[in-house]
Design a protein. Structure first.
Length: 132
């Protein structure tokens, strides 16, 4: 019997500890073009968000945010936060697989459609039924 060792998570060939040592702008080099452009343009906003989140964690406060457009960077890994979806704050924990994605992708703003039964006149068979 062959026992396979669980692989450590890597992002573009770098481990999480190596990525966490990088600056936000240095990490941007490993992102795809759209995300890289966003990070390089808004790196001050991302750094401010991360610093505020770390400060809240030290004071045992919940991290709640409306900023759905912030790109997830390695400094956020392991943080538990709540993201506003337009109605409520959806809880989530940041993992390594989320790197490069936006916060809003993990708090859907639209519910899944649950269709009920068809109303009177919605189908050909129900068109001629008597209305009570």
């Amino acid at each position: 019997m062959i026992i396979q060792k669980k692989k450590d998570f890597t992002y573009r060939g770098k481990t999480i500890s190596e990525l966490q040592a990088l600056d936000v702008r240095e990490f941007a080099k490993y992102l795809k073009s759209r995300s890289r452009r966003t990070v390089l343009r808004n790196f001050q906003e991302i750094e401010k968000f991360v610093n505020d989140a770390k400060e809240k964690l030290t004071r045992d406060k919940k991290i709640r945010t409306h900023k759905r457009d912030i790109i997830i960077v390695p400094a956020m890994i392991g943080m538990k936060m709540q993201i506003y979806n337009g109605k409520t704050f959806e809880p989530m924990e940041v993992t390594g697989e989320m790197l490069g994605h936006r916060l809003g992708e993990f708090a859907p703003s639209r519910k899944r459609v649950q269709h009920g039964s068809a109303g009177i006149g919605a189908t050909k068979g129900s068109k001629h039924k008597a209305k009570k």
